[in-house]
Ligand binder design. Structure first.
Ligand code: SF4
Length: 343
């Protein structure tokens, strides 16, 4: 059976082509260069590789770029959402967001998600399977080719819980970080988790220093239980302790994502409780007005969000309010996929 070359780290690629295909070592650098730097996804178009070697590559390997099943592009800011079809017919979403100083991609790590967060369309669709490292990486390559861009920031914040597919996620990070592959520095890679505590701690041991983002979304267990069933397994105080342990190892700031839901977690008291909860951590809180969602939650008014932010700032906490992107497309995670499933 042919292997997906995108599943290989550079060392694996080198090992495979030298040992199994008996090619020269430098071919690995050439292949990686064509794929990751030049976006050439057919061995036959890799012009500095001999005809015999191209034949061998075609016989044993393939470059698993996913099919595009749907695209939505914002007329306002260019935000582009893709629905990709994987080899087995499963679909996942990926998004490109344009900022003045970077082109950022939000990518998926699982087909569906088992965690059923109440505010999330992906959670409402259920879990299908983990994505392979190659499938995770392939989202970046496909988007770069189609849009003719260089993605220089990646957030693992699409469909799925990255830490429930930890090994493939870490492998994909190694591939994307490798100088001979995508060559993206760790500080341009953010992994977002709903709070799988032992993996937060494990991430602290990773030699590549990526950024960590935690979906907190509540100042206490009572509220978090209502919107994130995973809180039963990893209560909020364990998540905070996991972040402390991570910071002891890395000394890195953690981003706390906080989706704001009208009447549920947006009061002044909630803000003060949140400030107290995270007071011993080096954090930045990202306030996110809730997107359209299956539970019908609504976002608070700007006045409430600003007041919430003010209280955090008064308590010495750095805060950002997420800039709205792609408001004229199905920007929320899982929406485009669900829409296509219903057709
Ligand atoms: S928010 Fe993330 S972890 Fe929660 S259900 Fe959606 S995809 Fe899964």
């Amino acid at each position: 059976m042919k292997k997906n070359v995108l599943d290989f780290t550079f060392e694996e690629l080198e090992g495979y082509i030298t040992q199994k295909l008996e090619m020269k070592k430098f071919r690995a650098t050439q292949i990686a260069d064509w794929i990751y730097k030049k976006h050439i996804y057919e061995f036959d178009n890799m012009k500095n590789i001999s005809k015999d070697d191209r034949y061998l590559l075609n016989e044993n390997l393939y470059i698993g770029i996913p099919e595009i099943k749907a695209v939505q592009e914002s007329k306002i800011d260019g935000t582009t959402k893709f629905l990709f079809e994987l080899e087995d017919g499963s679909t996942v979403e990926s998004v490109i967001l344009f900022y003045p100083n970077r082109v950022s991609a939000c990518i998926s790590t699982q087909v569906g998600c088992a965690l059923k967060c109440k505010f999330c369309s992906t959670g409402a669709s259920g879990f299908v399977r983990d994505m392979t490292a190659g499938e995770i990486v392939s989202q970046i390559l496909a988007m770069e080719e189609v849009k003719n861009i260089n993605i220089n920031n990646i957030v693992y914040m699409g469909m799925g819980e990255p830490f429930l597919n930890y090994d493939n996620v870490i492998k994909s990070i190694k591939i994307l970080n490798d100088k001979k592959m995508k060559c993206l520095g760790g500080r341009h890679i953010t992994v977002s988790t709903s709070g799988i505590v032992e993996k937060i701690e494990e991430l602290g041991d990773l030699p590549i220093e990526v950024r960590l983002s935690v979906s907190l979304h509540a100042p206490n267990n009572e509220i978090r239980d209502k919107i994130m069933p995973i809180n039963n397994k990893y209560p909020i105080e364990q998540v905070i302790q996991g972040c402390k342990d991570y910071q002891e190892k890395t000394n890195k700031r953690v981003t706390m994502e906080y989706i704001m839901i009208r009447g549920l977690n947006d009061s002044e008291e909630n803000a003060r409780e949140l400030a107290k909860l995270i007071q011993d951590l080096k954090v930045m809180v990202n306030l996110i007005p809730v997107n359209p969602n299956p539970a019908g939650y609504e976002r608070p008014s700007k006045k409430f969000i600003d007041q919430f932010a003010k209280i955090l700032i008064e308590n010495g906490i750095d805060v950002t309010i997420r800039a709205e992107k792609g408001t004229d497309i199905d920007a929320a995670c899982g929406q485009l996929r669900r829409r296509n499933e219903k057709k």
